[in-house]
Design a protein around this ligand. Structure first.
Ligand code: PMP
Ligand code: GLN
Length: 411
């Protein structure tokens, strides 16, 4: 193996816990993917994409930048949500194979050997590995658990701006931000984003990659609105998102980057050599779905309002299940994961990190699978995760209730 893969060739947390759940017939609240099909209008859009009668001509290579119908609707959507921004679909939208692949292309474009990338921990596990594959070094700034963890309040994880500022060096090229956040569900407040922007502005070599894949899964938008960093610091921010969470089609892998032309073109410069272009039918289907999603849906003002309300109900079921099991769920304002304080969950001692051991034990003995959040921390900060577990609620109501029954029977 090439040196840059050193330490990266072991199985990921997903490869351990999804098969373990199957082996023990556990209710899998681990890996985050919906266990239902995409809505009918989204399914129909995929059929339309390849139907000759629809003449959408979506079977050949797309432009390396993006399939133009998708770039056009994304430019419209972001321009209507972001005041003072009018995105040009030809130069300010890039697509790739899911947000994962957009991030890969972006990091390959912006990060070289010896460069540093700041990650706010816990951080989605692909970030650190992709930084290393680009030759860069991850620099970790933890979101520190506050006293609110024990109250289950969403402001339980806080960013110390002084700590962030101290981590920036002349070699820092990228800061990866994720809001709404996986795994905590935290939504960064305007104050926090402005504080981050003030630091980044002092360093012109620095770009913020803002991963906003959970942008439409919001529970209390009046109180805790999702704010895109691009609306605060457009010129130094590349915003990433994808269709997987929004349309419950994680396997379709359509992701995008929007932002200033020089950053978008940097992504394209890599993408043209990595994939040349992302699959055209998938991009075309998402272009149609994004148009349809603006319309009233099942009694809601839009598909987005429906989606948020569905997840609100599911969040409620999982909160109840975790509380009944004596855990303290940290109720998230966005996304589809709950971090729970498991301090009260007794289990046999084990030499591994406690959260990892507890997760294996829960799968085998209780029949419920969660993800140990230490997978989202650097080695030095693994202790911050020891009393936490991440549970996904992007699952059918019956599945969530079955988890509740199993937890209640055991605890
Ligand atoms: N970013 C975050 C924060 C995620 O949770 C996920 C989930 N897979 C991704 C990126 C990847 O998105 P995609 O499936 O579009 O590659
Ligand atoms: N984003 C999802 C999660 O955090 C899935 C991760 C993956 O499959 N790489 O559970």
């Amino acid at each position: 193996l090439a040196a840059r893969l050193q330490g990266l060739d072991k199985p990921t947390v997903w490869q351990e816990f999804s098969p373990l759940a199957v082996e023990h017939q556990a209710v899998n609240l681990g890996q985050g993917f919906p266990d239902w099909d995409p809505p009918l209008f989204v399914q129909q859009a995929m059929r339309n994409a390849i139907d000759p009668a629809q003449a959408r001509h979506a079977n050949q290579y797309a432009r390396p930048n993006a399939h133009l119908p998708l770039a056009t609707v994304l430019a419209e959507d972001y321009s209507s949500r972001w005041p003072q921004v009018d995105l040009n679909p030809a130069t300010q939208v890039a697509t790739a194979v899911g947000c994962t692949n957009v991030l890969y292309c972006t990091l390959q474009a912006l990060v070289g050997v010896g460069d540093q990338v700041i990650l706010l921990e816990p951080a989605f596990d692909i970030y650190a590995s992709q930084v290393r594959m680009a030759g860069g070094t991850p620099v970790y700034v933890p979101l520190r658990p506050t006293g609110h963890v024990h109250e289950g309040a969403s402001q339980a994880f806080s960013l110390d701006l002084n700590e962030l500022e101290a981590a920036v060096t002349p070699n820092t090229k990228v800061l990866i931000l994720n809001t709404p956040h996986n795994p905590t569900g935290k939504i960064f407040s305007r104050d926090e984003l402005e504080g981050i922007a003030a630091i980044v502005q002092k360093h012109p070599q620095l770009t913020i990659i803002s991963d906003e894949v959970y942008e439409h899964i919001l529970f209390d938008p009046a109180h805790e609105p999702h704010i895109s960093m691009a609306t605060i610091l457009f010129d130094q921010t590349l915003t990433l998102s994808s269709s997987g969470k929004t349309f419950s089609c994680t396997g379709w892998k359509v992701g995008w980057a929007v932002g200033p032309p020089h950053l978008v073109q940097a992504v394209v410069a890599v993408q043209q050599w990595v994939n040349f272009s992302a699959p055209t039918p998938n991009q075309d289907a998402i272009a149609q779905a994004l148009v349809e999603a603006r319309q009233p849906f099942q009694g809601y003002d839009s598909y987005y309002a429906y989606l948020a309300d569905e997840y609100l109900r599911k969040r409620g079921i999982l909160v109840e299940a975790l509380e009944a099991a004596g855990m303290t769920p940290i109720v998230p304002p966005g996304g589809f994961f709950i971090m729970a304080d498991t301090i009260t969950a007794a289990m046999p001692t084990n030499p591994m990190p406690r959260d990892w051991a507890l997760s294996r034990w829960l799968t085998k003995e209780v029949g419920v699978t969660a993800i140990p959040p230490s997978a989202f921390y650097s080695e030095e900060n693994v202790p911050l995760a020891q009393n936490l577990l991440r549970f996904a609620f992007c699952k059918g109501d019956d599945t969530l209730r079955e988890a509740q029954t199993r937890l209640a029977t055991y605890f």
